[in-house]
Design a protein around this ligand. Structure first.
Ligand code: CTP
Length: 412
């Protein structure tokens, strides 16, 4: 979904720089054209030639030759988006102050496109008040600073400061591009005044699994990609996001700042959504919930009956609770999905009323290009105030469109 996007990647000097070539490769694979800028310190970790080979273009460094006479201005004008990866505490400080004492920070200073910083550093440096203030200052300007992950640091101990994996950062890049489109190129202004800042948003994703016996289950084709996209868009808009993941969504790459809960079947999902309900400002049920469960799952694997010539197996199903319908409306904006194969809008409107929710997103899962587990979706968003159709696009684009619509409902 990054076709025709011109992205500048600024690599600064931290050990996580070794992940930057992989990140650049992912951007190119997603369709973007990439240019790289490196600080002198970054060159200690990776050689510019690595990026030159990947991007098929020279790298802007402090000492090397560059095809354009004023490289940082050329790149600032060229870019649709800039990513600083990894961003050291030093570069964050310079960006916060507006210093431009090398090609990397001069490029940043000259840019008015959306900017995204991916910090990686020692946990004490990340927690230092000076860094905290710098990060807040950068965010105030409408730029994104990704929260680092907690885990094993290069120093040999646990702490918060690890750079998220490139595939996880890619979700943020896609979400930012999608938001920019959904808000007509005004994403920086939207991020500065986001109506979702500090809001608690819970999103369920994927398909539930109802046990038949210890090795079999009733499931569905939902991949969780729509829920994953919604969670990343909400995170970038400044929300505190909890992603409730069913088994099919469990391995999807997500940023560490998204809190996760794992569930298997509809009753576990019911339990977790009710736990989250009270504190949530917005709940989006993107999960495909099994309407029925096996009345009495077998504790042992069901064996084929070899002694009789019966070729039928009878399994009794009982109805699962309707989670959306049971969630309290008070103070929580509730969004449901209606995956239909026929009479799409008709059925969706009926569900909006029957479940007593604020918004329903209807999609036609009979079409392969936009059905379950595909990258794209096409939806009609229905509320009391009317309907809006979003034509076929990447699920991240659809997610941004849904949030643009929720923003309108909350702040007309
Ligand atoms: N949903 C729910 N609890 C259920 C079933 C569905 O909360 N037991 C939610 C889904 O997450 C979705 C919305 O309700 O957001 C609509 O789900 P869908 O399966 O399309 O509708 P159902 O109400 O199950 O009706 P039907 O299967 O008959 O179309």
């Amino acid at each position: 979904m990054l076709e025709n996007k011109q992205i500048v990647v600024i690599v600064t000097g931290g050990i996580a720089a070794y992940k930057a070539p992989d990140f650049v490769r992912l951007l190119i694979k997603s369709g973007a054209e990439v240019r790289v800028v490196m600080t002198e310190a970054a060159e200690q970790f990776v050689r510019p030639f690595t990026f030159e080979v990947l991007t098929k273009y020279p790298v802007l460094t402090d000492q090397g030759d560059y095809p354009e006479s004023i490289g940082h201005i050329h790149l600032a004008d060229w870019a649709d988006l800039v990513v600083v990866l990894p961003a050291t505490a030093n570069t964050l400080a310079k960006a916060s102050l507006g210093l431009g004492d090398n090609e990397a920070t001069a490029t940043l200073l000259a840019m008015d496109c959306p900017r995204i910083f991916v910090p990686a550093m020692n946990s004490k440096m990340w927690e230092n008040l000076a860094t905290v203030n710098n990060v807040n200052n950068i965010r105030k300007g409408g730029d994104i600073v990704i929260e680092p992950a907690s885990g094993f640091l290069a120093e040999g101990y646990e702490g918060k400061g690890r750079m998220p994996e490139p595939i996880e950062v890619l979700q943020a890049i896609k979400a930012l591009v999608a938001l920019d489109k959904a808000f007509n190129g005004q994403v920086k202004n939207i991020l500065k005044t986001s109506p979702f800042k500090g809001k608690k948003i819970a999103v369920s994703a994927g398909g539930t699994q109802e046990a038949i016996d210890p090795v079999r289950f009733i499931g569905n084709h939902s991949s969780g990609k729509m829920g994953l996209a919604l969670a990343h868009v909400a995170l970038l808009l400044g929300a505190e996001v909890t992603l409730v993941m069913t088994p099919t969504a469990r391995d999807l790459p997500h940023l560490p700042a998204i809190q996760t809960r794992q569930v298997k079947d509809a009753r576990q999902l019911y339990q977790v959504m009710h736990e989250l309900n009270e504190a949530s400002d917005i709940i989006i049920m993107a999960a495909a919930v099994s309407d029925y469960r096996v009345e009495t799952p077998s504790p042992e694997k069901i064996k084929k009956n070899k002694d009789t010539d019966q070729d039928h197996l009878q399994i009794n199903l009982v109805e699962n609770p309707d989670i959306l319908k049971s969630l309290s409306q008070e103070g929580t904006f509730l969004v449901g999905f209606a995956a239909e194969t026929n009479h799409v809008l008709d059925y969706a409107k009926k569900k909006l009323a029957a479940k007593g929710i604020d918004m329903i997103v209807a999609n036609d899962v009979s079409q392969q290009a936009i059905g379950f587990s595909s990258e794209d979706n096409a939806v009609t968003i229905i509320s009391q105030k009317g309907a809006k159709t979003l034509p076929q696009a990447d699920k991240m684009m659809i997610a941004a469109g849904i949030f643009a619509q929720i923003a309108q409902e909350l702040n007309p």
